[in-house]
Design a protein around this ligand. Structure first.
Ligand code: HEM
Length: 145
């Protein structure tokens, strides 16, 4: 391991926290957004909040998570590629990334006043990042296999 290792891990965790905050909060905003009339002042306010959250926080945090995660994985001796946990973790990361992409599409639909999805749908979607986060933390900390 190099002297950068603790710093890479620090910035990886900071990026992960920012990304997760967005992945957990954006679908909550969608739940509230569904409940207001398109064109209303509240709807326009939600559009601004959703755009700033996605572009200002979530997109840069996703990039940071990947860059620092890949730099950590490239540190000699950090990952034993013969073990299984890293592959389960990476699969969960890909699922979070796919979810991020879906959120971006749904945000665009709200921005153009053409969302047809229900509040119940977004409430269910809201649970997915939590489940994936639990899987990832168990994999990186417990390393069960
Ligand atoms: C391309 C994506 C990612 C890669 C390549 C990656 C890779 C890594 C690597 C190699 C470590 C260091 C493990 C160690 O030092 O023992 C690490 C630590 C960590 N990663 Fe990731 N990661 C990625 C995305 C994520 C995501 C999306 C999350 C959470 C949602 C996450 C959560 C963590 C946590 C909490 C740690 C600290 C674990 C510890 O040291 O105890 N990572 N990651």
């Amino acid at each position: 391991m190099t002297a950068f290792y603790p710093w890479l891990k620090t910035f990886h965790i900071l990026s992960v926290i920012a990304w997760m905050a967005g992945l957990l909060y954006l679908p909550r905003l969608f739940v509230y957004h569904v409940g207001v009339r398109p064109g209303s002042e509240a709807s326009e306010t939600f559009k601004v909040m959703e755009r700033r959250l996605l572009r200002g926080i979530m997109n840069p945090a996703l990039v940071g998570t990947y860059l620092f995660g890949i730099a950590l994985a490239a540190e000699p001796g950090v990952v034993d590629w013969a073990q299984g946990w890293i592959y389960v973790k990476l699969a969960a990361v890909l699922a979070l990334t796919a979810l991020h992409y879906c959120f971006a599409q749904w945000r665009k639909a709200f921005a153009e006043d053409r969302n047809r999805r229900s509040a119940a749908f977004f409430r269910v979607v809201n649970e997915i990042p939590t489940l994936l986060l639990i899987v990832i933390v168990v994999m990186v900390v417990v390393r069960p296999f």
